[in-house]
Design a protein around this ligand. Structure first.
Ligand SMILES: *Cc1c(COP(=O)(O)O)cnc(C)c1O
Length: 457
C-alpha cells in the first residue's frame, strides 16, 4: 500500500515511511491510496469473528509486504488483551471502548502504534523521539503504550491546567523514557508547536522525530477494527451482554432488551454510530470501516461547543476556531486536524450523506449524565454524554432506520470530578487506582517554538 499526502498526489511513500514521519513533508496528512474492501467471506462473518481476527483482516492490506502476517497477529494479540463490548443500554447500544489500561479509546490506536514503531525500528542504534500534543487522553495512552520501549523516547505536550488530575498523572507520572511538558497555552498551541518542530529542517537532521497524534496513520487504521466488530454484532443481532468485562455491578443496571438475544439490535440493518468527536480521528476511522464494507448505515458527529465540523456540514464552509474549554475536554478542538483527511477523501456532498453533525453544551451534557444514570443506572463520562445527547437531538428530527450505537470513549471514573456530583460514586477500575498513586513531574514551558526546541536540543 502506498500513502499520499492530503495536499498533493505526488510521490507516495510506504507504510513504514508514513508511520515514522507522521506528517507529510508538504504539511499534509498521509492517507492510503485506496481503502481496500474486506474479502466477501470476511465481510459476511464480522458478527461472529474473534476481535483479533477482525483486527488482522482489517489492518493487513494497509501493511502488506511490510509487516508479515504472523508478526501482525502477535501485535494485535499483545495490543488488545481487553475487549470492546457492545452493550444494550436503554434503547441503544453502547460500544464501550474504555477497557484498556488508560480507560479511554485511545489505547486502541496507541498500543498498536507502539508495537508498529518497535517493529519498524528494530536494530536501529539512533534513538527515536516521539512528539505528541495532547488535550488529555492521547498523552496518557501514548505514554502508557511506549513506556519502557527501548530506543524510543516520548515527549508529551499538554495544555497546563486543562487536563484532569488523573490525565496529568497518566502523562507525567511515568518518568523513564517519557518526558512531560506542561505548555502555558491551549491544545491548539501544543499542536502548532509540534507541527513547527516537524517542519524545522535543522532539527530533523539532528534528531529522528516521529509523531504519535491521531494524524499518524498507525493510530487511525486500528481504530477501524472496533467499528467493524461492533457493526457485525449489531447486524447479526448479537450484542454483548452486560457483566463480564463491565466495570460496575451489572445487577444494578436495569436493562430493557427487545429479545433475549437481540437487545436493541435490529438484525439485518446497518447500525448508525454516534461518535463524540474532537480531532475527528475516531470518526475518520469509522468512515474507513464503512468503506471497507462493515455494515454501517452512517454516522452522527457529536461535538461540544467546539463545533467547527457540524457547522461545516450545515453551511459548507470550513472555519477553524480557537478552542474553547469544556467539561468534555478531550474534544476541545477548534481546528480538527483529521478534517483534512475527511475532506481530502470525501466531497462535501458525500460527507453530508454519511454524517450528521450536532453539538451539545456543557449544561446539556451534565443533564444527560444525571438523567441517564437516573433512568438506566448507567454512568456516562462527559464525552460519551455528548454523543448520547447528540443522538437524541438528531433522532428527534430524522428517524434512524437501524440500531443506534453510541461510542463510549472514556470510563466515567476518569472524569469522576464531573460525573460524581451528578450521578453519585463511580466505581474505579484497578488500572486507574494505580495511576492516582503516581506523582506527576512535568516541565512548564511557554507556548513558543523556541521552548520546545530547547527541550529537544
Ligand atoms: C480523544 C477523545 C475524543 C475525541 O476523539 P477524536 O478522534 O479526536 O475525535 C473523545 N472522547 C475522549 C474520551 C477522547 O479521549
Amino acid at each position: 500500500m502506498r500513502y499520499y499526502s492530503t495536499k498533493g498526489k505526488a510521490g507516495g511513500v510506504s507504510f513504514a515511511a508514513a508511520a515514522l514521519t507522521g506528517l507529510a513533508p508538504d504539511g499534509g496528512l498521509f492517507v492510503p491510496e485506496t481503502i481496500p474492501p474486506y474479502p466477501p467471506a470476511v465481510a459476511a462473518s464480522l458478527g461472529t469473528m474473534d476481535f483479533h481476527d477482525i483486527a488482522v483482516e482489517t489492518i493487513k492490506p494497509y501493511v502488506q509486504g511490510e509487516i508479515p502476517d504472523p508478526v501482525l497477529e502477535d501485535m494485535v494479540q499483545e495490543a488488545y488483551p481487553f475487549a470492546a463490548p457492545l452493550i444494550p443500554v436503554g434503547d441503544r447500544l453502547v460500544l464501550e471502548l474504555f477497557h484498556g489500561p488508560t480507560a479511554a479509546f485511545k489505547d486502541f490506536g496507541a498500543r498498536f502504534m507502539a508495537r508498529v514503531f518497535g517493529y519498524l525500528r528494530r536494530g536501529e542504534d539512533r534513538s527515536l523521539h516521539i512528539l505528541v500534543a495532547t488535550s488529555g487522553d492521547t498523552g496518557g495512552a501514548v505514554a502508557d503504550g511506549f513506556y519502557g520501549i527501548e530506543g524510543i523516547s516520548v515527549i508529551v505536550l499538554y495544555p497546563k491546567g486543562r487536563v484532569s488530575p488523573l490525565q496529568e498523572r497518566q502523562i507525567a507520572g511515568l518518568g523513564g523514557n517519557i518526558t512531560a511538558l506542561a505548555v502555558e497555552g491551549s491544545f491548539d498551541d501544543c499542536q502548532r508547536m509540534v507541527k513547527t518542530a516537524f517542519q524545522d529542517q535543522g532539527l530533523q537532521q539532528r534528531r529522528t522525530l516521529a509523531s504519535a497524534n491521531s494524524i499518524n496513520i498507525t493510530r487511525l487504521i486500528p481504530q477501524a477494527v472496533y467499528y467493524a466488530a461492533a457493526a457485525g454484532k449489531a447486524f447479526t443481532g448479537k450484542p454483548d451482554l452486560p457483566g463480564g468485562c463491565s466495570p460496575w455491578d451489572p445487577a444494578g443496571r436495569p436493562l430493557a432488551l427487545d429479545s433475549p438475544h437481540g437487545g436493541r439490535c435490529k438484525p439485518g440493518q446497518p447500525i448508525t454510530f454516534c461518535v463524540p468527536s474532537g480531532n475527528f480521528g475516531n470518526l475518520t476511522a469509522g468512515l474507513y470501516a464503512m468503506k471497507m464494507g462493515a455494515p454501517i448505515g452512517g454516522f452522527i458527529a457529536a461535538t461540544n461547543v467546539n463545533k467547527t465540523v457540524p457547522e461545516y456540514l450545515a453551511q459548507g464552509l470550513y472555519t477553524p476556531q480557537p478552542s474553547q474549554a469544556t467539561i468534555s475536554s478531550a474534544m476541545d478542538v477548534g481546528a480538527p486536524s483529521n478534517f483534512e483527511r475527511m475532506s481530502g477523501q470525501w466531497t462535501l456532498e458525500e460527507l453530508r450523506r454519511l454524517i450528521q453533525g450536532v453539538w451539545v453544551t456543557d449544561e446539556d451534557t451534565r443533564t444527560t449524565i444525571r438523567e441517564v444514570h437516573d433512568t438506566q443506572g448507567y454512568f456516562l463520562d462527559p464525552h460519551t454524554a455528548v454523543a448520547w445527547q447528540g443522538a437524541d437531538r438528531i433522532r428527534a428530527s430524522t428517524p434512524i432506520p437501524g440500531s443506534l450505537g453510541i461510542l463510549s470513549t472514556a470510563h466515567p471514573a476518569k472524569f469522576a470530578e464531573i460525573v460524581e456530583p451528578l450521578a453519585g460514586p463511580v466505581p474505579t477500575p484497578a488500572s486507574l487506582k494505580q495511576v492516582m498513586e503516581r506523582k506527576p513531574v512535568a516541565r512548564i514551558i511557554p507556548a513558543e517554538r523556541a521552548a520546545l526546541l530547547e527541550v529537544l536540543s
